[in-house]
Design a protein around this ligand. Structure first.
Ligand code: HEM
Length: 209
């Protein structure tokens, strides 16, 4: 769970940074989208790097979901009788929402891929320009709302997930390392979610067009 989660943390950081190219306008953003497809050419064919990335992400996703089910199963077997009263004594909101937050993120990724990768759903209209596809979609309030909720779920998932991964990997044995892990979890959660949502928000309000 921790290792596949770390792959996702690296990916969302890079993806968020890439999306900030929207600040540069249509030419900068479209050049960036083009580079993603020609990166490492001619060592790799056109879109080769993107396919390697997709393969890594799919494998990480399968591993992450498999680990989640294994842990869930183990937790259920650990107690076969039901609690009379079930109340977490010291769990943050992020920790309680890991399972359902994960399911929500999975649903979001499906919507997201249908919108930007397969272009099956094209809110606001399709276009051959990646920048126009981006601005078309986020000019609609309900598309923005879906992303806003998803980024909130992502922030919660990262906040608890990073702390939990640090614990699994044995990096929380002292008070200082625990504080570092907690701060890191909160910082990455905020940087990623805010960094992701700023360009769509500026598109919605007409600053980026
Ligand atoms: C506000 C948040 C986000 C925005 C605006 C956004 C935007 C985009 C755009 C425009 C693309 C198409 C890139 C291209 O083909 O040139 C894309 C692809 C993708 N995004 Fe996002 N994204 C966001 C959040 C996320 C999150 C949170 C995840 C994962 C947890 C994610 C996963 C992906 C994946 C897997 C692809 C497909 C790459 C491919 O195989 O073509 N995105 N995103």
């Amino acid at each position: 769970m921790a290792v596949t989660g770390a792959i996702f943390v690296g990916y969302v950081l890079l993806h968020m940074y890439g999306n900030l190219m929207a600040f540069g306008g249509a030419d900068v953003y479209n050049t960036y989208a083009h580079h993603l497809r020609t990166f490492l050419m001619p060592m790799l064919p056109y879109q080769g790097f993107l396919w390697v990335l997709r393969l890594v992400l799919v494998l990480a996703l399968v591993g992450h979901v498999f680990a989640a089910f294994t842990l869930w199963n183990r937790a259920q077997k650990a107690r076969t009788t039901r609690y009379a009263v079930k109340k977490a004594v010291a769990a943050t909101l992020s920790a309680k929402w890991m399972r359902w937050g994960g399911v929500a993120l999975l649903a979001f990724v499906v919507f997201h891929l249908l919108e930007f990768t397969t272009r099956t759903i094209t809110p606001g209209g399709d276009s051959d320009s990646p920048f126009t596809r981006l601005t078309n979609g986020f000019s609609l309030w309900w598309v923005f709302l879906i992303y806003l909720v998803a980024m909130f779920a992502l922030a919660m998932h990262l906040h608890h997930g990073i702390w939990s991964a640090a614990q699994t990997l044995g990096w929380t044995s002292s008070a200082l390392s625990r504080r570092v892990a907690k701060t890191l979890g909160l910082t990455i959660a905020l940087v990623v979610s805010v960094g992701f949502i700023v360009p769509p928000f500026l598109i919605l309000v007409g600053v980026i067009k």
